[in-house]
Write a protein that binds this ligand. Structure first.
Ligand code: AMP
Length: 189
């Protein structure tokens, strides 16, 4: 079975760019709840239409919606290959439900990577990206949601003992070298 990795960090920390490099090198599935929700929104499914109300306001989509999507996804046989969660979990409730779902499959997370980037850099990065939810007032709300609802995960995983914090400043390649050090050590261990 492949590695099971969670990526936490504020919006704009570079999780998506790092995730692309990681899944390639370590042959993992890239499970981005943001990508799944955008696909559902574009396909105008009931879940997608409901999610859009929250996404366009920079608010988190309710836990029950996200948990249902993720449970369905990790029940697929290809998840044996190992996966990288990008943008999930975003609340302690989501993290607890993930732990339970993995335990029911007789498995658990190998590592939680926290990407650390100072706030002023985040805002500049997000504002230059040009996604529909990258308007200044929506960015501000997404950072608020992160601090209020997602930052407590760092404590949750810190207590669980599988958290590794990584400096997310610098170029994508510079950050990836730091990420590789952690994942290579796990792979060898
Ligand atoms: P992202 O692409 O990860 O920045 O996600 C874009 C938006 O999708 C977020 O601002 C939320 O509205 C929603 N979203 C993505 N993942 C989650 C999640 N795990 N829990 C709640 N909302 C989410």
């Amino acid at each position: 079975m492949g590695m099971k990795v969670v990526f936490v960090g504020p919006p704009g920390a570079g999780k998506g760019s790092q995730a692309e490099h990681i899944v390639k090198k370590y042959n993992l599935l890239h499970l981005s709840t943001g990508d799944m929700l955008r696909a559902a929104r574009d396909a105008k499914t009931p879940v997608g239409l409901k999610a859009e109300e929250y996404m366009s306001a920079g608010k988190l989509v309710p836990d029950d919606v996200i948990i249902a999507i993720i449970k369905e996804r990790i029940a697929q046989p290809d998840s044996d290959r190992g996966f990288l969660f990008d943008g999930f979990p975003r609340t302690v409730v989501q993290a607890e439900e993930l732990d339970k779902a993995l335990a029911a499959q007789g498995t658990k997370l190998d590592v939680v990577l926290e990407l650390q980037v100072p706030e002023e850099i985040l805002f500049t990065r997000l504002a230059s990206r040009g996604r529909a939810d990258d308007k200044p007032e929506v960015i501000r709300q997404r950072l608020v949601s992160y601090h209020e609802q997602t930052a407590p995960l760092v404590d949750y995983y810190g207590k669980a003992g599988n958290l590794v914090s990584i400096d997310g400043t610098g170029t994508i390649d510079e950050v990836f070298v730091r990420v590789e050090k952690v994942l290579d050590a796990l792979n060898e261990g």
